[in-house]
Design a protein. Structure first.
Lengths: 115, 114
């Protein structure tokens, strides 16, 4: 069990560019979540997958955001036409349907800076 | 009103003291409750989970849950400087339809002074 991994760890981009982040969950976990966290705030839910199905998207997730989880393994989060307001830490978490119930384990995060 | 509220910080305690962190939540259907620790610039790290009313102890940490009062707390005994961090309370509705989506408070920053 190597834990949840995320790549890249840091991303600096110019406004208007597209960026893509990757998350590899704990191998036996079938649920995967994306959150966004800004300074001084708790993580905000963006979207989650059960296996390959995207079951819920937050209203925070505008049309510029898209997430995929092909084959129910790793997931990608893409932000198109980035804006300065997108600067944040993007966190991925995974959990198992079974025990321990609903317990989510977080990856190290991807810090996005939009110039 | 936020769905999950934590007592405003920062909280400062001397080394060896008990630190008490509080959290209230608005949805009575909430089933799972978690405390995470987050060091500056790092991601949240799970400390405790609690699902039933009462106390749950794990080492120096004790989580307390009162569903009737919609209240969950975390006590840290014998606080150490390494406990200095932001503590996040997370609440899940649980069940298949909600699948453990977590709602977080904004955290309470704890400083333990040597």
């Amino acid at each position: 069990d190597t834990g949840v991994s995320q790549n890249p760890r840091h991303k600096i981009t110019k406004r208007g560019q597209n960026v893509t982040f990757r998350c590899d969950p704990i191998s036996e976990h079938n649920r995967l979540y994306w959150y966004r966290q800004t300074l001084g705030q708790g993580p905000e839910f963006l979207t989650y997958f059960q296996n390959e199905a995207q079951l819920e998207k937050s209203r925070l997730l505008s049309d510029r955001f898209s997430a995929e989880r092909p084959k129910g393994s790793f997931s990608t989060l893409e932000i198109q036409r980035t804006e300065q307001g997108d600067s944040a830490m993007y966190l991925c978490a995974s959990s198992s349907h079974d025990y321990p119930r609903d317990t989510q384990y977080f990856g190290p995060g991807t810090r996005l800076t939009v110039l | 009103q936020k769905e999950v509220e934590q007592n405003s910080g920062p909280l400062s305690v001397p080394e060896g003291a008990i630190a008490s962190l509080n959290c209230t939540y608005s949805d009575r259907g909430s089933q799972s409750f978690f405390w995470y620790r987050q060091y500056s610039g790092k991601s949240p790290e799970l400390i405790m989970s609690i699902y039933s009313n009462g106390d749950k102890e794990d080492g120096r940490f004790t989580a307390q849950l009162n569903k009737a009062s919609q209240y969950v707390s975390l006590l840290i005994r014998d606080s150490q400087p390494s406990d200095s961090a932001t503590y996040l309370c997370a609440v899940n509705l649980g069940g298949d339809t909600n699948a453990g989506k977590s709602t977080f408070g904004d955290g309470t920053t704890l400083t333990v002074k040597p």
